[in-house]
Design a protein around this ligand. Structure first.
Ligand SMILES: *Cc1c(COP(=O)(O)O)cnc(C)c1O
Length: 339
C-alpha cells in the first residue's frame, strides 16, 4: 500500500505551502498547556519484541474525556475571540469531539450546543449532556445535525468548532507530535489512527518539521476509509458509511475539505487498512498485554503491528487515541479467546 508515495513525491512537500505550520503547533502547545493532559509515552515490551524495534504507546486515553480530541477543541475555542466564545459554541459530533467541545466549554465557562439526530443512542446523548452542554435533537442523520449547526451559525451567530477540518483544531492535535519528539528523540515511525485527518495531519506537520526522516503511517478500517479513498482518487470523494468496531474513525472528510486533505496527501508516507478481526485483536491485546481499556479507533496502531501490516524502521510511537468503547462490547471482545 504505497498510494501516498506515488500520489505525492517528496519534493512536492517542499514546494507546497501547507495550511498548518510548526509555529502554529508551538503556539497551540503554549495556549493549551495546563488545560489538557501532557500524556506519557510508555514502552510496550510485547509489541517491541514482536516488531523487533522499540515500540512506545502514546496514551491519549488519559485525557479527561478519554480521547485526544480535547487538544484540538481546546485550542480552537481559545483561538476564537472573546465575543465569539461568549455567543456560544456549536458542533454536531456525538462522539469524542462532542465530548471535547462540551468539556472545554464548561472549563472555560462558555455555553456549548451539540446538535445530534434522533437516532443517536441515549447513552451517548447523556454522556454529552452530563458535561453541561445544551443538546439539540434534529432530524434523522448526521447530515441533518450538521445542517442545524449551519442554521444556528446563520441565525444566532453561534461559533462553530469543526471536528477536524480547521487550522486551530489541527494545530491542537499536532501538539502530540511535539511531545513525541521530546520524549523519543530518535523517533523513526509514528502509527496514527486516521479518519478526518486532523490527528494525523497535525502530528505529521510537527514530527516532520523536527525529524524530517520520520515516517507517519495512517491506519484506518477497511469499512469506509474516507481519507484513504480521497488520497487514492486525488480529491475528496463520498464513501459509504459502514458499521465498524473503530466507530470513531467513521464518516467522510467533507467534499469541500480545506485543510486536512492537503496535509494528509502531502505528509503521510502510507495508509494501512485493517479488517474488523484485526481491530478486535488490537482491543484484546491492549486489555490483556498492556492493561489498557482502548476503543477500536484507539487500538488500530497496535492492531497493525499484530497483523504484520506495517514495517517498522527504528523507534516507533503508536498513538492510542481513545478509550470510549461501549463496556458491553469491550467485555464480549476480551472474553473471547480466539484472535
Ligand atoms: C476522532 C478520532 C480519531 C481520528 O481523528 P481524525 O482527526 O478525525 O483523523 C481517532 N481516534 C479517536 C479515538 C477519535 O475520537
Amino acid at each position: 500500500m504505497t498510494i501516498m508515495k506515488s500520489a505525492c513525491p517528496s519534493r512536492m512537500i517542499e514546494n507546497t505551502v501547507l495550511p498548518v505550520s510548526l509555529a502554529d503547533i508551538e503556539r497551540a502547545a503554549t495556549r493549551i498547556a495546563g488545560r489538557v493532559v501532557r500524556t506519557p509515552l510508555t514502552p510496550s515490551p510485547t509489541l517491541s519484541k514482536r516488531a523487533g524495534q522499540p515500540v512506545h504507546l502514546k496514551l491519549e486515553t488519559l485525557q479527561p474525556i478519554g480521547a485526544f480530541k480535547l487538544r484540538g477543541a481546546m485550542n480552537a475555542i481559545l483561538s476564537r475571540d472573546n465575543a465569539a466564545r461568549r455567543r456560544g459554541l456549536v458542533t454536531a459530533s456525538t462522539g469524542n469531539h462532542g465530548r471535547a467541545v462540551a468539556y472545554a466549554a464548561r472549563e472555560l465557562g462558555v455555553p456549548a450546543t451539540i446538535c445530534m439526530s434522533s437516532l443517536v443512542p441515549a447513552n451517548k446523548v447523556e454522556a454529552i449532556r452530563s458535561l453541561g452542554a445544551n443538546i439539540r435533537i434534529v432530524g434523522v442523520s448526521q447530515d441533518d445535525a450538521q445542517d442545524e449547526v449551519e442554521r444556528l451559525v446563520q441565525t444566532l451567530d453561534l461559533t462553530p468548532i469543526p471536528p477536524f477540518d480547521d487550522v486551530d483544531v489541527v494545530a491542537g492535535q499536532g501538539t502530540i507530535g511535539l511531545e513525541l519528539v521530546e520524549d523519543l528523540p530518535d523517533l523513526a515511525t509514528v502509527l496514527v489512527p486516521l479518519s478526518g485527518g486532523g490527528l494525523a495531519g497535525g502530528i505529521a506537520v510537527a514530527a516532520k518539521a523536527l525529524k524530517p526522516q520520520a515516517r507517519i503511517i495512517g491506519i484506518s478500517m477497511e469499512r469506509g476509509a474516507a481519507m484513504y479513498a480521497a488520497v487514492a482518487a486525488g480529491k475528496p470523494v463520498a464513501v459509504r458509511e459502514e458499521e465498524t468496531l473503530a466507530d470513531s474513525l467513521g464518516g467522510g472528510i467533507g467534499l469541500s475539505n480545506r485543510v486536512t486533505f492537503a496535509l494528509c496527501r502531502a505528509l503521510l508516507d502510507d495508509v494501512v487498512l485493517l479488517t474488523e478481526d484485526e481491530i478486535a485483536a488490537g482491543i484484546r491485546h491492549a486489555a490483556r498485554e498492556e492493561d489498557q481499556v482502548v476503543e477500536g479507533a484507539g487500538a488500530v496502531g497496535m492492531a497493525a503491528i499484530l497483523a504484520n501490516k506495517v514495517q517498522l524502521l527504528g523507534p516507533t510511537a503508536v498513538i492510542v487515541s481513545g478509550r470510549n468503547i461501549d463496556p458491553a462490547i469491550h467485555r464480549s471482545l476480551i472474553g473471547r479467546s480466539t484472535r
